[in-house]
Design a protein around this ligand. Structure first.
Ligand SMILES: Cc1cc2nc3c(=O)[nH]c(=O)nc-3n(C[C@H](O)[C@H](O)[C@H](O)COP(=O)(O)OP(=O)(O)OC[C@H]3O[C@@H](n4cnc5c(N)ncnc54)[C@H](O)[C@@H]3O)c2cc1C
Length: 381
């Protein structure tokens, strides 16, 4: 497998790195402290053409591809995991449109999503249906040229700020996963509301909203794909999102490592920099090794996706599990290397440790990812 980056991928990574280090990183602590949604940074990423990396030029994007999207995610997360989550939530909301929309629908929505004029979100999870997606209770009932949606969605990234939300609802309960359909619900549609915005441990600048649908009339022209194809559309988006979560986790881990490496060379105890002690060196070596392999995980998933392989859910799940576990271990070790100062909010590593935790949970918990990996192994795929 060829891991060398194309000219476009290199250009996107370098652009994202420059923006992240110069413009995003200086805002990260403030965004976290004030739980402030980074509207200015979304505008910056939009102006720089980073919101449409997966949208074809025909529909207003750059068509740079999944590797470019993952590389940009890592760079943004290195600076600010909240902003990277907003960025990832946009692509998660966008993928159902790319995967299942008709050409007319793509022409209707993609140019604004590519330019960042409109932000996307993805609403699958419900209060009673997290890992068990098929247990969802939101319904969509056809009434002439509309569907009437009723129900509640939980933990929707960008849910309160998005202009377009990819929503999944049951159209035929008896058909189970083949009875779920996907819809685009536009902000301002009567009956569509924000029930609550959550307060979180980490990624505190990203917004996570509970959404409500009360006799919400959605035009049939906003249904994505055929009735009953929504589950496959939802899974397609998650298979894209999981390596993106890996890239986000790698960005957090790399930032924690960079801080720990610098601190270990500055901080003196027993008359020497703590980096002179082998116990610290072993930690640094292990952290760097794990980050390197986690990064290869999303590279591998990107290239597998780009090869046109029919199935890449195993590679996506493996990247997500490994990358997120590495982020948790590396950020915890970084706090340890900082000693008491690591526990203080004056230093960035405690934020990185809080931010890392979500990567083991969202886009499907790591327990569920391990089950997905096992299922694919047992099928001999
Ligand atoms: C900050 C944040 C942002 C999110 N963004 C989005 C979003 O944009 N859109 C969206 O739709 N969702 C989003 N989610 C939802 C997220 O994907 C779910 O929280 C996650 O899938 C787990 O669902 P749950 O929270 O209901 O946990 P549960 O499914 O209730 O799981 C609880 C625990 O039980 C374990 N468990 C469950 N079933 C099994 C099993 N069969 N075997 C072994 N262990 C099991 C889980 O691994 C977990 O440890 C977000 C969540 C958060 C916290």
């Amino acid at each position: 497998m060829d891991f060398s980056l194309s000219e476009t991928e290199t250009m996107i990574r370098d652009l994202a790195r420059k923006l992240a280090r110069e413009r995003i990183a200086p805002r990260a602590a403030h965004i976290d402290e004030n739980e402030e949604f980074p509207h200015d940074l979304v505008k910056l990423l939009s102006e720089q053409g980073l919101m449409g990396l997966l949208i074809s030029p025909e529909h207003g994007g750059s068509g740079a591809g999944p590797m470019a999207f993952f590389l940009a995610t890592e760079e943004i997360a290195h600076a600010c995991a909240s902003t990277a989550t907003v960025f990832g939530g946009h692509y998660l909301g966008l993928d159902p449109i790319l995967h299942a929309a008709s050409d007319e629908q793509k022409r209707r929505w993609c140019p604004d999503l590519a330019s960042g004029a409109r932000l996307a979100a993805y609403a699958l999870t419900e209060p009673g249906a997290g890992s068990d997606v098929v247990a969802m209770s939101t319904t969509a009932v056809r009434r002439g040229d509309h569907y009437v949606l009723n129900g509640a969605k939980q933990f929707c990234t960008n849910g309160d700020v998005a202009d377009l939300v990819s929503v999944f609802a049951v159209t035929d309960r008896a058909a189970r996963h083949k009875g779920i359909s996907a819809f685009v619900v536009e902000k301002g549609t009567p009956g569509f509301g924000v029930a609550r915005v959550e307060k979180k441990m980490g990624i505190r600048g990203s917004s996570t909203a509970a959404l409500s649908f009360e006799d919400c009339r959605v035009p049939a022209a906003n249904r994505l794909g055929e009735e009953g194809s929504g589950f496959a559309t939802a899974m397609h988006a998650l298979n894209l999102d999981r390596p993106a979560v890996c890239a986000l986790a790698v960005g957090i881990a790399q930032a924690a490592f960079d801080h720990a490496l610098a601190y270990a060379q500055e901080r003196k105890q027993f008359g020497e920099p703590i980096a002179a002690f082998q116990a610290i060196q072993l930690k640094l070596a292990q952290m760097a090794t794990e980050i390197h392999h986690a990064r290869l995980g999303y590279y591998y998933a990107a290239r597998t996706m780009q090869s046109g392989a029919a199935h890449h859910e195993r590679e996506s799940a493996m990247a997500k599990v490994f990358g997120s576990d590495v982020a948790m271990r590396v950020t915890t070790e970084a706090v340890q290397i900082f000693g008491g100062y690591g526990y203080m909010r004056d230093y960035p590593v405690e934020r990185l440790m809080r931010d890392a935790k979500i990567t083991q949970i969202y886009a499907g918990t790591n327990e569920i990812q391990r089950l997905t990996i096992a299922k694919s192994l047992l099928k001999g795929r």
